[in-house]
Design a protein around this ligand. Structure first.
Ligand SMILES: [Zn+2]
Length: 343
């Protein structure tokens, strides 16, 4: 198995990380202080409330954990700080490019507008880019349990907030009760607007149809795509031909009960078949993880080499919502660094 020190040296690309699920303890306490809210808990009790136990029974139980931090993410100052905090954690993971996603509608409980919420997070990303050696982009999430009419209000953000860091759209949340087809009209509009799209799909048992529908509706990437294990050979070949990127997150995929045991986890089967799989944290705090830990998990399960991890990161660059020039630069950065590690 690869040593932790070697994994730590590997530059990494992360495509799937939720802002509100990834705040450090230090940040949660700073947000509360800014809001002049007294959190009557010790550090380990704060974490208990923000983290999902390893024994969550469903995706919905996992999602409940977000309720603890959301009240603290309702001001410009705190959203800016939260974005900076997640980017700082990414720098500790030796991440060179990260896409952070957040659902602006969750942050309007005080008096922020949708645009202000997005601008606050963008400001935190820009400040972090000045302080850390990584590039950060932002995705806007809609939650599947919201009404369609509300979700449509997210699309004008892409016209009103002109910022090169705002690069894509995602639908997250309750996949069990709100299958992808529910959103066909909305997703058609996203595509017509020319917005890059990744969609949560195939994260619950027997949800393979959502993956196929998401690709048909224009998604270039899928979070998390675990149900690809139920795909036929022809369906897997289509994923490869389309270069669809699967944003997988080992710890989260177990916690949401997308799978129950390691033998069911299709990561290695998909990688060996040629599917463009990637490794992500999903939610650093809720899943009590880091990207380093997710790589260590994969390394402990499978006999992956440094070259395999390099390949997985090249897949992530191919799927990143950046220009061809930026992709080329990221591929170069990876290649140079991995050459040294392999030497
Ligand atoms: Zn997710």
């Amino acid at each position: 198995m690869l040593k932790s020190e070697i994994i730590a040296q590997m530059p990494k690309i992360e495509l799937h990380c939720h802002l509100d699920g990834s705040l450090s303890l230090k940040c949660i306490k700073a947000l509360a202080k800014n809001d002049q809210v007294w959190i009557p808990f010790k550090d380990d009790e704060i974490l208990q409330r923000a983290q999902a136990p390893e024994t969550t029974k469903t995706l919905l139980e996992y999602l409940e954990r977000f309720d603890f931090v959301l009240p603290l993410l309702q001001t410009y100052q705190n959203l800016e700080l939260a974005a900076y905090d997640v980017a700082e954690q990414a720098s500790f993971d030796n991440i060179k490019y990260i896409e952070i996603r957040f659902a602006p509608m969750q942050h309007l409980q005080e008096n922020l507008t949708l645009e202000e919420a997005v601008e606050a997070v963008l400001a935190g990303c820009v400040r972090a880019e000045q302080d850390f050696d990584l590039k950060i982009n932002l995705l806007i999430c809609g939650l599947k349990q919201e009404k369609l009419s509300k979700l449509e209000k997210l699309l004008p953000i892409f016209d009103r907030v002109i910022d090169e860091h705002l690069v894509g759209f995602d639908l997250a949340g309750d996949e069990l009760n709100f299958p992808t087809q529910t959103f066909a009209s909305l997703l058609t509009k996203v595509q017509q607007q020319g917005i890059s799209m990744t969609l949560h799909a195939g994260e619950c048992p027997h949800c393979a149809a959502n993956m196929k529908d998401s690709v048909a509706l224009g998604a270039k990437r899928l979070g998390h795509g675990v149900c690809a294990r139920d795909f036929s050979k022809a369906e897997l070949e289509k994923l490869i031909a389309d270069q669809t990127v699967l944003e997988m997150a080992p710890t989260s995929n177990f916690q949401t009960k997308a799978i129950q045991k390691l033998e069911e986890y299709p990561f290695k089967m998909l990688y060996d078949t040629g599917v463009h799989v990637t490794i992500n944290t999903d939610n650093r705090t809720v899943s009590n993880t880091t990207l380093q830990k997710e790589y260590e998990k994969i390394a402990s399960w499978y006999d992956f080499t440094v070259a395999d991890f390099e390949q997985i990161n090249h897949y992530a660059v191919d799927g990143a919502f950046v220009s061809a020039d930026e992709k080329e630069k990221l591929h170069q950065t990876l290649q140079t660094a991995y050459e040294k590690i392999k030497a």
